[in-house]
Write a protein that binds this ligand. Sequence first.
Ligand SMILES: Cc1cc2nc3c(=O)[nH]c(=O)nc-3n(C[C@H](O)[C@H](O)[C@H](O)COP(=O)(O)OP(=O)(O)OC[C@H]3O[C@@H](n4cnc5c(N)ncnc54)[C@H](O)[C@@H]3O)c2cc1C
Length: 410
Amino acid sequence: MEFELTKKQRDMKDALTQLGKFVIRPMSLQMDREHRVPEDFLQRFVAMAGSMRGSDEDVTAAFEDVKREPPSLDKPSQMNRTSLVGAEELAWADASLLLCLPGPGLGGPPIRGSGTAAQKAKYFGMIKDLEKQGKLAWGAYGLTEPAAGSDVAGIQARCRKDGDGWVINGRKCYITNGARAVWVVIFATVDPALGRAGHRAFVVEKGTPGFSVGKIEDKLGLRASETAELVLEDCRVPAACLLGGEESYAAKSSGFQTAMKTFDATRPLVASMAIGIGRAAYEHARDAVKDRYMLGRPIARYAAIVERLARMHRRLEAARMLTWRAAYMADVGQPNAKEASMSKAAAAQAAVKACVEAIEIVGAEGTIAKEDQLLEKWFRDIKVYDIFEGTGQVQRVVISKRILSDLKSF
Ligand SMILES: Cc1cc2nc3c(=O)[nH]c(=O)nc-3n(C[C@H](O)[C@H](O)[C@H](O)COP(=O)(O)OP(=O)(O)OC[C@H]3O[C@@H](n4cnc5c(N)ncnc54)[C@H](O)[C@@H]3O)c2cc1C
């Protein structure tokens, strides 16, 4: 595995660090309080990202479908690693803002992985066209329901074939960018009794009759990011909205696999975001101990403090290695479900611990909300990283299932 970043990746990382330090962090607390990221900033960011993307096929592929050979050991891609490096740096600056960035978002991977050529062209094209017109456009991913979070197989939203289309009924909750999305990938079942085999995935466009937004959540952290409830009431969609087309569901549980494959791509990404927040907290604590004194000594002279710093740093670095490995495997076309879960489980825990310990090291000041002291905000932002995209427990279930299935062959 190659640890070096390419020059393009280094340049992107440096540009994002500067943007984060001088532009994003100074407005971070205000965005948190106002529950929004200013639209003019997002417009400028989209323009900047567009120019950074340039003709780099690897990065462009992260945003749209690019017809090319699948990656392999001989012809590796850099797409996943590039996304990870960018995600860590932006989350280091402000994780809510990262989730607010326009684009297909979590809806991208299922369309890229399971959509037909026509669906890819239509839904990625829709976002691209709006972007070209100077408008901001988002996609979203609607899987979770009030009674089906970790238990993905237990979704209750129903879909039934009706003439030349489908009718969907159900409720989706906690959907990132759900209210503003121009389309959402919605998972429903033809019959809950069929479990995974009953799952179907649809792309439902904003404005479709019967498709509406419920409440917008008021959250502990990531408060500038929109988290919405979506309601489908006799929502009729054309057959062309069924992701992958009807024949693709002949294989048992392919709808469920679409949801799962999304996680293989997004868990390392979410892990990188967690590492970005954890690193921000660790760096804050590291810098704070240098000029603080207790009993006449700089607190960095106390073994208990430096030991903690070393542990925080070590856990975050180890988590990054796991995360880059999961991305590397995706970039050379190898299955990475176990490694994606390992990276998410390790990164979320390392980062939650880094945020808790950073506040403990800094003391009371770490609990105060200030524009130039964001520990309190990072402490609130980080918790959900051990919950969404699969909780820590669920990652461990995924890992253990893979380990045990390996053992079965002995
Ligand atoms: C800010 C935010 C954004 C989100 N964005 C999206 C989105 O864009 N799209 C989307 O579809 N969803 C989204 N979600 C939902 C998220 O993915 C779920 O919250 C997550 O999957 C956990 O589900 P749950 O909250 O229902 O918890 P539950 O599944 O009810 O879990 C409750 C507890 O039981 C434990 N548990 C469950 N099953 C097991 C098991 N088999 N073994 C051991 N322990 C277990 C869990 O670890 C947890 O501790 C988002 C959530 C949040 C908070």
